[in-house]
Design a protein around this ligand. Structure first.
Ligand code: PMP
Length: 428
């Protein structure tokens, strides 16, 4: 079929009638499909069930340093957990603090601490008239919620195929002292699945911030989440790069095992320079006596080392790859050439990002809901929930079964086509 825009009004109405009939048929099936969040499926969670067996009532529960993990002690993580998460994030164990069960929590804490106590001796942000964060868009909704919660002004930075628009980033960061941070998901980004190019990472490391308390919030949530063995993205390690450029303190790197072991019951960490970590530890001693060492031990005993983790991620990929491919092939088969949307083919991560014709995203998500498919709310991928183009939709294919993904895509495709036809008809 030619591009919808090139069809006559009559042809469009005919196509619409046939699509409406199909939509009605699907709707009558009364489906209930959830593609809202990037959650692993039960089959993925089953992969880590062995973790339930590695510790039992007869286990030796002492960590390498000889501390009894059942008791208080060890503020910033047992040594073997530091080694494992350091390898996962490609930094030295001395550059890691192990936290609790969620990296989002660590990010919240990091912003919260900067608000109340500042960053390594600088003025607490709550005492400043204005604080801004740069937000590459589309991006991760929960990042934006944190900065919104603290009243931090968010500035949209468009994403390109190489990462955020670095001309804009450099201009803001190097010239505006109210810019204190930037949210980054540098590898297999949420939602586009893009990885920052070498040049982008190098430009980040070469930033010359106007604010001494500016930090890059490098959320490497999908660092080891490849879909393919032979086609993997590569990301330059940012801590080392910043150090080389003489800005060792400019970055906080976050990670967790949420989508490696169990979301909500994984292990999270922050990696940063020794000066940053020293400052963070000062606050941590007030906040907690220590995090869950038994869970840290459980993770280390189960994965053993980074090689075990990488092997484990292959099993995840085997489960989710067909789902990603089902989404992509459905879009290629049904939408290619119609010029009513574009998408990116990721090599890892948890999402596929779809850009509809401007002004159509909310209507598409609402239409899909009529037929029982719940998707991430349109707009969620932008600060304040406002997509200026009303175009971006995040597709999260991991949680449903493969059959459900295929049915969900039928509904999605019909919704995209119907809403796009209405828009084009209005403009004719
Ligand atoms: N960062 C990104 C980019 C994510 O997509 C997610 C999960 N959706 C998180 C962080 C949350 O991680 P955690 O479970 O460690 O809080």
């Amino acid at each position: 079929m030619p591009a919808y825009r090139d069809l006559s009004k009559e042809e469009l109405l005919e196509e619409k009638a046939s699509l409406e009939a199909k939509f009605q048929e699907v709707k009558e099936k009364g489906m209930k499909l959830d593609m809202t969040r990037g959650k692993p499926s039960a089959a993925q969670l089953d992969l880590a069930m062995g973790m339930m067996d590695v510790l039992n009532s007869t286990s030796d529960l002492k960590c390498i340093e000889g501390v009894d993990c059942r008791n208080y002690g060890v503020l910033d993580g047992i040594r073997e957990a530091k080694q494992l998460l350091a390898d996962m994030t490609e930094v030295a164990p001395d550059n890691i603090i192990i936290y609790g069960n969620s990296s989002l929590n660590v990010m919240f804490d990091t912003v919260s601490r900067s608000m109340t106590h500042g960053v390594m001796g600088s003025t607490p942000w709550c005492k400043l008239d204005k604080v801004k964060f740069l937000c590459p868009v589309p991006g991760y909704d929960r990042h934006f919620k944190i900065t919104e919660y603290f009243g931090i002004e968010m500035v949209n930075i468009p994403m390109t195929a190489d990462g955020p628009d670095m001309d804009m980033v450099e201009k803001y960061v190097n010239e505006d002292p109210t810019v204190k941070g930037i949210w980054c998901v540098p590898k297999y980004s949420n939602p586009q699945g893009l990885t920052y190019s070498d040049e982008t990472v190098r430009r980040f490391a070469r930033l010359n911030p106007a604010a001494e308390d500016f930090r890059i919030y490098w959320d490497n949530a999908y660092g080891i989440h490849h879909l393919y063995d032979d086609k993997q993205d590569h990301l330059i390690e940012i801590l080392m790069e910043c150090k080389k450029e003489g800005h060792p303190d400019m970055v906080y790197k976050f990670c967790s095992t949420s989508k490696v072991s169990f979301p909500g019951s994984g292990v999270a960490a922050i990696a940063a320079s020794e000066a940053n970590l020293k400052y963070i530890r000062k606050h941590m001693t007030i906040q907690t006596i220590g995090h869950d060492k038994l869970n840290q031990l459980r993770h280390v005993r189960f994965f053993k080392d980074i090689h075990g983790m990488v092997e484990h991620m292959r099993k995840h990929a085997d489960i989710i790859r067909p789902k990603f491919e089902a989404v992509l092939s459905s879009m290629e088969k049904n939408l290619e050439g119609l010029e009513i949307g574009s998408w990116i083919q990721p090599r890892g991560g948890y999402f596929i990002s779809f850009d509809a014709l401007p002004g159509c995203a909310k209507a598409i998500v609402a239409k899909a809901k009529e037929a029982g498919l719940v998707m991430t709310e349109a707009g969620a991928t932008f600060p304040y929930g406002k997509d200026p183009e009303d175009s971006n939709i995040r597709i999260a294919p991991t949680f449903p079964t493969l059959d459900e993904v295929k049915t969900a895509m039928e509904i999605f495709i019909l919704s995209v086509k119907l809403v796009s036809i209405d828009k084009i008809l209005m403009e004719k």
